[in-house]
Design a protein around this ligand. Structure first.
Ligand code: FAD
Length: 457
């Protein structure tokens, strides 16, 4: 297809991937790009509206899926199961890392502080080692004892006993990013280059795409306005299945995060820490520089919110909702993680907590494709828990896709693939670990089974 910079483009969703797409289109000279979102940037429900996210080079965020989806940049032995082309993963990681290091829109939010990765059960330690090839050649140092772990950070940070922990530390080429700031930076730069942002409700809230003549011709917002465009790009994250029949390829799944307040002295001590991640327990990065809060995520296979389908009450769909509380089960998970690593912080009250929605494909690969039935519709969805680290670059792939020039391997890997979701088991952990080792359901959490409401960031 031929695209000119005068082509009208409508992006639904100004979260992580939508703002990246807007930025890339603007940089390519597109003059008529509009983005719709029911929330002001940064959207309160965007998975990327968060103080920090991990940027890793390796496979360890996905290893436990039994479908190793990402290969290490620069590594020659490539693993890629279930159709994922490892050369694609390799390229994605390399390009994202390069962009974090050089792109003026993003580079000040990238902190290459290194990572400490760990597991507790012996078989998981083994799997982590295998999948990561956590050898000295690849920059890894083995951590055997509690003392080894404690020494990865300044004295006084890690005070725990690390019961049963085994792991590796790596210094180079990985770390974390300030997610919210990177997301806002992308959206603001897109706007500066001429992209029109229509945010807030009802005027930014898409209620339906415009299905016409076997195609999609734009979207309608909650104020009744039609936004017609020659090309529509769906980047609505976990909410995408509400706007398009995704043929079970997306499962909206939520994870949980909590913050605790740190003192000025602690913030000083905790500066420039490596990311600490136990794939069974949880993870944290250094405290947020603005609010002086430490974010902790407990690891578990995620929560769904199974509500009866609007059209077919006999089936259930996981339906996202916003909440600034987390289940008490997750609070326990966070405190357990703290007791093992930083017991001096384990009883400190939460200053903030929220659930955070992402959307998993069955193979946890991205879904970046033209729609097979609607030629003017491009999809940029399926972050699958690892979609933030690509914010500097993913919009370029989505733009390539819209322009019909996406790399052939990427096209194949990220294709529309309903055959992979036939008879999908919605309770599959998809390799994720921790908690009860089950996908839980918010509808099973009792009214008094949630943390107290603390504050809204
Ligand atoms: P989002 O960023 O959620 O954007 C979707 C947008 O659509 C939102 O702005 C929303 O307001 C908008 N929208 C919704 N409904 C409508 C509508 N009707 N009309 C218009 N707009 C609409 N990834 C990493 O790489 N590293 C990590 O360490 C990491 N940690 C994570 C931790 C947690 C707790 C969670 C939940 C996710 C994590 N991820 C991580 C995954 C990453 O955050 C997501 O994959 C990524 O942010 C998804 O981007 P997105 O654009 O698809 O969705």
């Amino acid at each position: 297809s031929t695209h000119q910079t005068s082509t009208t483009v409508l992006i639904v969703g100004c979260g992580t991937w939508g703002s990246s797409t807007a930025l890339h289109l603007a940089r390519r000279g597109y003059k008529n790009v509009t983005v719709l979102d029911p929330y002001e940037v940064p959207s309160a429900i965007s998975a990327g509206n968060d103080v920090n996210k991990i940027v890793e080079q390796g496979t360890w965020r996905l290893i436990m899926s039994g479908c190793i989806l990402e290969a290490n940049a620069g590594r020659h032995t490539i693993v890629g199961h279930r159709g994922e082309d490892a050369s694609v993963s390799n390229r994605v990681v390399l390009e994202a890392t390069a962009a974090w290091q050089t792109d003026p829109v993003f580079k000040q939010y990238y902190h290459a502080t290194g990572v400490v990765i760990a597991a507790t059960q012996p078989e998981n330690v083994e799997e982590l080692y295998e999948s990561e090839r956590a050898t000295p050649d690849n920059g890894y140092k083995r951590l055997e004892s509690a003392e080894d772990f404690r020494k990865t950070m300044p004295e006084g940070v890690l005070t725990g006993d690390f019961p049963g922990w085994k792991g590796w530390a790596k210094k180079d080429g990985c770390g974390w990013v300030h997610a919210r700031k990177a997301l806002m930076s992308a959206a603001l730069e897109a706007q500066r280059l001429g992209v029109k942002l229509i945010t807030g409700s009802p005027h930014g809230q898409v209620t339906t795409l415009i299905f016409e003549e076997n195609d999609v011709k734009g979207a309608v917002t909650a104020d009744g306005k039609e936004h017609r465009a020659e090309h529509t790009i769906l980047c609505a994250g976990a909410n995408a299945p509400q706007l398009l029949d995704m043929k079970n390829q997306l499962r909206p799944t939520a994870w949980t995060l909590a913050h605790i307040k740190m003192t000025d002295e602690e913030v000083e001590l905790y500066k420039n820490l490596p990311v600490l991640f136990n794939v069974e327990r949880g993870f944290f990065m250094e405290p947020d520089e603005d609010n002086h809060e430490l974010k902790i995520c407990d690891e578990h296979p995620g929560y769904c919110n199974a509500l009866p389908h609007v059209d077919d009450k006999s089936t259930y769909v996981s339906t996202p909702f916003a909440k600034h509380q987390i289940p008490l089960t997750s609070e326990q998970g966070v405190r357990e993680f703290l007791r093992e690593t930083m017991p001096h912080l384990a009883e400190r009250p939460f200053s903030f907590a929220r659930i955070c929605w992402c959307a998993d494909t069955p193979d946890r690969g991205y879904l970046i494709t033209s729609h097979p039935d609607y030629p003017s519709l491009t999809l940029g969805v399926g972050g699958s828990g690892h979609g933030f680290k690509v914010i500097p670059t993913v919009g370029g792939y989505i733009a390539d896709c819209m322009e019909g020039k996406l790399d052939e391997r990427m096209k194949r890997t990220w294709r529309w693939r309903p055959e992979t979701a036939l008879g999908r088991d919605w309770t599959a952990v998809q390799g994720r670990m921790g908690g009860s080792y089950k996908v839980l359901d918010f509808t099973d959490v009792k009214a008094d089974g949630w943390t107290a409401i603390v504050s809204k960031l």
